[in-house]
Ligand binder design. Structure first.
Ligand code: AMP
Length: 300
């Protein structure tokens, strides 16, 4: 695996790989876990070569958020990516990604202000900007993202469509710990007691999944079930629990046309997110594969 830290060198290395075959990219902020590695495995399976980026992007953190305390584990990450057979690791400095005087940003109006964009103003502007930069540097055939960050997926899909990026955006399922907790680099910041409390998020979604399994489709009922696990819990502070359209991120009254059940909460000082995607067909066949298997597999 070649480790690259400058934009120029990365552009040249990617150009050379693309001459002989397809190239997949998995952008990350590092402190890698099995969720990230699932993206890498999928990228390996679908492309001739794979690039991974590790960059804790200051532009997507507001002042007072956890940019300074975000976990950084570069040596361990390198070993994991090497073992996974990654060809290129791009780990640039902030100065490389944001050269002095750089004043160009990408904004997805509307979508960028919903869900996490509402709680974290400017967050998706930072995400869209850095991902657009990475797309220009790497020029991948396919780019891999996790369903874990469902609002990010909606914003980036809109950006790819709106700015005509010639690539396929591939979305991979949420990888969870055996407890049901969605894997996240921020889980490293949780104490053992907080990790326990953090199960409120996946339990909220499990409760909604049970209702959906019994044929409930009203957003209000599903939202109430989620809130019952997230409100008034010791050490857990609700940010949002919403039932929205997966592409517009606007609230829906009913899940029959498909919906995204999305939750965010603070556990101590750490903000966590999780979600459940309900496909349109799952209403007619609630117990078939269209019901997200990962939620069925969570031991409810
Ligand atoms: P991050 O390093 O948190 O910015 O995540 C990098 C990529 O990995 C994003 O596309 C995330 O959605 C994805 N990802 C993070 N956690 C998970 C998870 N538990 N399952 C699947 N994908 C994930």
């Amino acid at each position: 695996m070649k480790i690259i830290s400058t934009v120029r060198e990365m552009q040249a290395a990617c150009r050379s790989l693309r001459k002989t075959g397809s190239l997949g990219l998995a952008p990350t902020m590092g402190a890698l876990h099995d969720g990230h590695l699932s993206l890498v495995r999928r990228a390996k399976a679908e492309n001739d070569a794979v690039a991974v980026s590790i960059f804790v992007n200051p532009a997507q953190f507001a002042p007072g958020e956890d940019y300074d305390t975000y976990p950084r584990r570069l040596a361990e990450d390198c070993a994991k990516l090497e073992a996974a057979g990654v060809d290129l690791l791009f780990a640039p400095s902030v100065e490389q990604m944001y050269p002095s005087g750089a004043a160009s940003f990408v904004e997805v109006a509307g979508l960028g202000d919903r869900l996490d964009g509402a709680s974290r103003p400017g967050h998706f502007r930072g995400v869209a900007t850095v991902v657009a930069k990475l797309f220009h540097i790497v020029d991948p055939d396919r780019a891999y993202f996790g369903q874990k960050d469902a609002a990010q997926v909606a914003v980036l899909r809109a950006m790819v469509r709106g700015l005509h990026f010639p690539l396929q955006l591939v979305v991979c399922p949420i990888v969870r710990e055996p407890s049901g907790l969605a894997m996240s680099s921020r889980n490293l910041k949780l104490s053992a007691a907080e990790k326990d409390r953090a199960l409120a998020l996946s339990r909220a979604l499990q409760a909604a999944a049970r209702l959906l399994g019994n044929g409930e489709t009203r957003a209000a009922a599903l939202r109430a079930a989620m809130l019952s696990h997230l409100s008034g819990q010791d050490g857990v502070r609700l940010d949002y629990a919403e039932v929205v359209h997966p592409e517009t991120l606007l609230p829906v009254a009913d899940t029959r046309q498909g919906a995204l059940l999305a939750v965010a909460a603070w556990v101590g000082q750490t903000r966590l997110i999780d979600n459940l995607l309900v496909e349109a067909s799952s209403v007619e066949h609630p117990r078939t594969a269209s019901m997200p298997e990962q939620i069925e597999e969570m031991h409810v």
